[in-house]
Design a binder for this molecule. Sequence first.
Ligand SMILES: C[S@@+](CC[C@H](N)C(=O)[O-])C[C@H]1O[C@@H](n2cnc3c(N)ncnc32)[C@H](O)[C@@H]1O
Length: 277
Amino acid sequence: MSSLEKDRAVGEHQPLPTGVDPTIPNVARMYDYALGGKDNFAVDRELMEQLFAVVPYGPRPALENRAFLGRAVRFLADAGIRQFLDIGSGLPTVGNVHQVAHATAPDARIVYVDYDPVAVAHSWTLLSGTDKATAIQADMRRPDNILTDPGVTSLIDFTQPVAVLLVAMLHLLPDDQDPAGIVRRFREAMAPGSYLVVSHITSHEQPADVATNLRKVFEQAREPMVPRSREQIRCFFEGLELVDPGLVKVPDWRPDQPGRPRQPATGLVLGGVGLKR
Ligand SMILES: C[S@@+](CC[C@H](N)C(=O)[O-])C[C@H]1O[C@@H](n2cnc3c(N)ncnc32)[C@H](O)[C@@H]1O
């Protein structure tokens, strides 16, 4: 039984945390299910299975994305970055940002941001015992609240290089919520020498029905799904210099063993890392 289901099982005596609705699938728990995690409800699993039925990649895009996140963080730690702001960080799972960063740079400071109360509560549990990382509950649609949150400013100095991670989350923001303006605000706040990491579900080179089916299935979830073209995703890096190999299918972004034969990328997720000069 997952910890959430345990919460639910004792729900008569201990209600679920505020803001948790076990009847509506949400992306944090659906993604957890795709990654093989246990912090999800039946509704999340059922919707993910519906998705797997019409978008025939199974959990591979989620796994590809998570592996990209790990490689990007390692690259940034190797490049000397010591501050990480991970927005839309999700439920803790394998290869959390602080674990990857601390393997290279034990002095790195990490702030996790998510609007999901359970993701934040689980992050706190995982982080008890370290003063180098914390988690705050905040909505990325209000970037200034994040940039000035005391939990963020206690660990991150925006006058120094920082890595801002927006990994597998901008496709949850429709255009009318101004994702471009939100990302611009974070880019503006970053000191020279900072990096922006973005991964995003794409319609680029995908069969036409993939984007349609994704949108349709997500109509039943709390968050909408907005696959974007390669050009639209490229715009999130405006004014930044994409580091090699640019904006690519996430398994093709600096693979650990470049020469080794790999399963072909699904191509459903594009990712890149941009440097602010
Ligand atoms: C698919 S998960 C990605 C987790 C992690 N970044 C990764 O790539 O492994 C997306 C996360 O974004 C969070 N999220 C969605 N919209 C958000 C918003 N407006 N503000 C903050 N977090 C949000 C969800 O709660 C979820 O945990």
